[in-house]
Design a protein around this ligand. Structure first.
Ligand SMILES: [Zn+2]
Length: 575
């Protein structure tokens, strides 16, 4: 398994940091790979560089010594390079700074204490040539290089409008690069161009013949980097799914992002479990927490990567003993490498829909995905993701869910139609209602759904004992035989004061919409979002009624089972 050892301090430590103590910790805990900075976010190198000053806490042969010690101890060294945060270079060449639409420098700092510590350098500036030289320097020590923070972001409020970007945009599109005053084609063109810039840089870096590991931060940065690993996968060897959110997200989060990144990129995925608690970074959370998370990662198809800060190492390093855990993980890993995950339920994930539908707030799309995932996960179904580019994978599953899969091309619709008789497909809400951001008059899959689009209602509605509060699509059944459930109007919009507005209002007798099913089952609201937000078992009841299938391996919710196929038998990972 992998150790990421981050020297994160601004001023350096009083004493020098020795390569011996790092390698000794790595070895003692049974790690086979060690990831360290070659150059940090302040622009300081941990080796003698022609580009950067030396980090104040290390000797100039720090990386050279690390390399030698790793070789002697059978540890593979990975160096983190080309961090887009680079204070040293941004001060030396102010013209390379990323500049936002208000003319301010874009930085990583979430809170600026005295001054900006981590200004970002622009990937369209001469920084792009400097990082190639930086990579040449780092390559002398190892061929495995990680882009741990490579940020040039697509959302309007984080986009770069520096002179370099303006020049490049004009060159490519013949238009001025300006902040958008409305949401139109130009708005999205700018957003998607940002992805292309990142992918272009990845391509240049990959041409250096290195093993390229890319931090996708799958649930960070509004989940948008999942587009990079899908579109740029030919330049990436390993996806690093940084998972710092683990300490404040539901159990199953690590499984979700590991599977998502693996299924979108088709690459090896390293998923992180910090050896500190996110809100107390000098404290080790303990072996129980770490083991639970590590096995969740491993059984979801990833390789656990443990991140430690130098400050954690100093404060709590002597409490950390992962040797036995790493031995167990290695054994399980070697067994799993001969097995295939059992394909039971596929959830289609569309980066395009996330960007169009979630341009203002990605939750409008993501909550529908998350709700289905967690609900099925807790009920021990085997779940994988299907990227919008790989829809023909639908045929590998018994059941496929299309949560709010709004933006569908005609070609994609054809693939879905081709597989919807053999695979049970369930679609929600605005699935197939959009061609990119243009709304269609009717669902592209109207015939398969057995209903037609009428309008979107903001009213509270009523289904059995439920009153989902959110947008409801009003549909008209194409024939009464396709109606699976009636959706009624509710008498009032809110529940009672005593239950914080959460109780069901009484049912009106007017039917306002329907759950329908011809060749595809159609739910006219975001069932996944309600599962995610409220998690009522009544919502799950609807889901299980519609999927009509028990999990391949059943057990209670305190145990999570991961099922694999190995030769002709099933192989279980149990947490
Ligand atoms: Zn720029």
């Amino acid at each position: 398994m992998i150790l990421q050892f981050n020297i994160e301090d601004k001023y350096g430590y009083k004493e020098k940091i020795s390569p011996e103590e790092i390698v000794s910790f790595t070895k003692k805990n049974g790690f086979k790979k060690l990831v360290v900075f070659a150059r940090d976010g302040w622009g300081r190198a941990f080796y003698k560089s022609k580009i950067y000053p030396l980090h104040p806490s290390v000797d100039q042969d720090f990386i050279e010594k690390l390399k030698q010690l790793c070789e002697v101890n059978g540890i593979k060294l990975v160096l983190m390079v080309a961090h887009t945060s680079n204070k040293y270079l941004c001060e030396k060449y102010p013209e390379i700074k990323q500049i936002n639409k208000d003319g301010k420098p874009i930085c990583l700092d979430t809170k600026i204490i005295e001054e900006i510590e981590w200004p970002l350098a622009c990937l369209n500036s001469k920084f792009k040539e400097i990082i190639l030289k930086e990579i040449d320097e780092a390559k002398k020590y190892t061929n495995a290089l990680m882009l741990d923070s490579f940020r040039y972001q697509p959302e309007e409020y984080r986009q770069c409008f520096c002179e370099n970007c303006k020049k490049e945009y004009k060159k490519q599109f013949g238009k001025d690069l300006k902040p958008s005053s409305e949401i139109n084609e130009e708005y999205f063109n700018k957003m998607f161009w940002r992805y292309k810039v990142v992918i272009e840089r990845l391509k240049e870096i990959k041409q250096k013949n290195i093993e390229l590991i890319y931090n996708s931060h799958p649930a960070g940065w509004n989940w948008r980097n999942n587009t990079i690993i899908e579109l740029g996968s030919e330049y990436i060897d390993v996806v690093f799914a940084e998972a710092s959110e683990t300490d404040f997200t539901p159990l199953g989060f690590l499984s979700l992002i590991t599977k998502l990144n693996k299924d979108l990129s088709k690459k090896e995925v390293w998923t992180s479990r910090n050896l500190f608690h996110l809100f107390n970074t000098s404290k080790y959370p303990g072996i129980d927490q770490v083991s639970l998370n590590a096995f969740e990662i491993l059984f979801s198809g990833g390789i656990p990567l443990f991140t430690i800060f130098y400050s954690t190492f100093k404060a709590d390093g002597n409490k950390i003993d992962l040797k036995e855990l790493n031995t167990h993980l290695e054994i399980a890993y070697s067994e799993l490498s001969k097995a295939q995950p059992y394909k039971e339920i596929g959830i289609v994930f569309s980066n395009t829909t996330r960007d169009y539908m979630g341009y203002k707030d990605v939750k409008l799309y993501l909550n529908d995905i998350r709700g289905f995932f967690y609900s099925l996960y807790y009920n021990n179904y085997q779940i994988n993701f299907i990227g919008e580019k790989n829809l023909s994978e639908i045929k590998n599953y018994d059941i496929v869910i299309l949560p709010s899969f709004a933006c569908i091309t005609e070609k994609q619709a054809e693939i879905i139609k081709k597989h919807c008789d053999k695979t049970r497909i369930i679609a929600t809400y605005n699935t197939s209602l959009f061609d990119e951001y243009r709304m269609r008059e009717n669902f592209l899959l109207s015939e398969e759904f057995g209903c037609s689009f009428k309008t979107i209602s903001k009213k509270t509605f009523y289904l059995d004992t439920l009153y989902p509060q959110g947008d409801l699509i009003i549909v008209e059944p194409n024939s009464n035989k396709y109606v699976l459930k009636n959706i009624y109007n509710s008498k009032y919009s809110n529940g009672y004061e005593y239950v914080l507005g959460m109780s069901s209002p009484p049912k009106d007798e007017n039917i306002i919409s329907y759950i329908t099913g011809n060749r595809i089952i159609y739910i006219p609201f975001q069932l996944g979002s309600y599962l995610y937000k409220y998690g009522y078992c009544e919502y799950e009841k609807i889901l299980f009624e519609l999927i009509q299938k028990e999990p391949i391996v059943k057990c209670n919710q305190n145990i999570r089972i991961f099922v694999f196929k190995k030769n002709n038998s099933l192989f279980l990972g149990i947490i």
